[in-house]
Design a protein around this ligand. Structure first.
Ligand code: ZN
Ligand code: ZN
Length: 128
């Protein structure tokens, strides 16, 4: 292995020097290296990670952080879907309302606009 020289000498978990022990580097934020025995991986996993370029390993800390980020992204995705659904619904409502208004000819453009804004605000309060 070529990159052996650039590896830091101490394990991120036990802080003991590697001394030629098998070690694995975290691909997360910390970029620390760990003894194989402190990584919760077996020899098989270790070999796969070392030989396959696409396979990354994250230490416990970075893994749980990436889970947090995943959850936030999922929540955002869900919120986005809700907003899209609301916009669809709202467009329909506006169309219906516009049709009703234009046939009745009661309200001017400005009051129509402010009513729409109120509907959007109420809907946003509902989802958050
Ligand atoms: Zn260690
Ligand atoms: Zn890490």
């Amino acid at each position: 292995m070529a990159s052996e020289n650039s590896e830091p000498k101490k394990c991120g978990k036990c802080l003991i020097e590697f001394n030629g022990d098998k070690a694995i580097g975290c691909e997360g934020k910390c970029k620390r290296w760990f003894h194989l025995k402190h990584s919760e991986l077996n020899n098989n996993d270790f070999n796969v990670i070392k030989t396959c370029k696409g396979v990354k390993w994250f230490c416990e800390t970075c893994y749980s952080e990436s889970e947090v980020i995943d959850n936030i992204l999922k929540a955002l995705e869900l919120l986005n879907q809700k907003v899209n659904a609301l916009e669809c619904k709202q467009e329909k409502m506006l169309q219906e309302k516009y049709a009703a208004d234009s046939s009745a000819l009661i309200s001017g453009e400005k009051s129509k606009g402010s009513k729409c804004a109120l509907i959007i605000e109420a809907k946003i309060a509902e989802i958050s």
